[in-house]
Design a protein around this ligand. Structure first.
Ligand code: MG
Length: 230
């Protein structure tokens, strides 16, 4: 481990693929959406792009496959379509170990924040319900709160501001390559948790300070290593 959790006072959690096992839903929703608009998106691409705002992803795919950017109106239409499909899918499950991790982090005295690129209003309101006692709306950064999403550092810088701490006092928990890039770009020690199908090397190439293979594994690590929780 290339960092010391005992020097930390705030934890900035990504949401999809960290707190919720929602990535398989996103894979299906994006794949169906792009097909309906005459484009396509492979599962690996969804995982590689994870963390970006919907409009960033739509622009990128449009440029790659049609040779031109999507208009603002198209972006809105395509993203609304994706959100509609997402809504019809079975409810996403809380990631195994996420509540335990939250409890361990809270017991260690750290502030808890959520920093997500998501603009799925239903999932955002669900977080407040599911993680009641750990999360408040004032400590959430979503797609609605920043102009530039991940992989830019902006969402995590906003998270630091909301937490009222310096980068050195915070730690980010991320599952996506571009999310790790955003955390590192904000100057924050970033823990990678590989909860998806990408090889570890893809995540490690973004220079996280540590890598775990499940949220349960990180929850155990936190409990064992944070002195205030012992
Ligand atoms: Mg994620």
């Amino acid at each position: 481990m290339d960092f010391d959790i005992n020097r930390k006072s705030a934890v900035l959690f990504d949401m999809d693929g960290v707190l919720y096992d929602s990535m398989p839903h996103h894979v299906e929703a994006w794949s169906r959406t792009f097909a309906d608009f005459g484009m396509h998106m492979e599962p690996t691409q969804v995982y590689m792009n994870e963390g970006c705002t919907g409009s960033y992803t739509i622009s990128k795919v449009s440029l790659e496959q049609r040779g031109h950017d999507a208009t603002p109106q198209e972006i809105e239409e395509i993203y609304a379509h994706k959100a509609e499909i997402f809504k019809t899918m079975p409810e996403v499950k809380i990631m195994k170990g996420a509540l335990e991790l939250m409890a361990n982090v809270r017991d260690s005295g750290c502030k808890i924040l959520i920093v997500t690129g998501s603009g799925q209003k239903n999932l955002i309101s669900r977080v407040l319900r599911d993680f009641d006692g750990f999360i408040v709306r004032e400590r959430m950064v979503t797609a609605f709160d920043v102009k530039r999403g991940k992989p830019f550092p902006d969402p995590y810088l906003k998270g630091l501001e909301l937490a009222g701490v310096d980068a050195s006092q915070a730690v980010v928990v991320e599952n996506a390559p571009l999310g790790i890039r955003a955390g590192v770009a904000a100057g924050i020690d970033t823990i990678a948790v590989n909860t998806g199908p990408l090889p570890d090397d893809v995540l490690l190439s973004e220079k996280p300070c540590a890598l775990f293979h499940s949220i349960c594994e990180l929850a155990d690590y936190w409990k064992r290593n944070f002195r205030k929780s012992l």
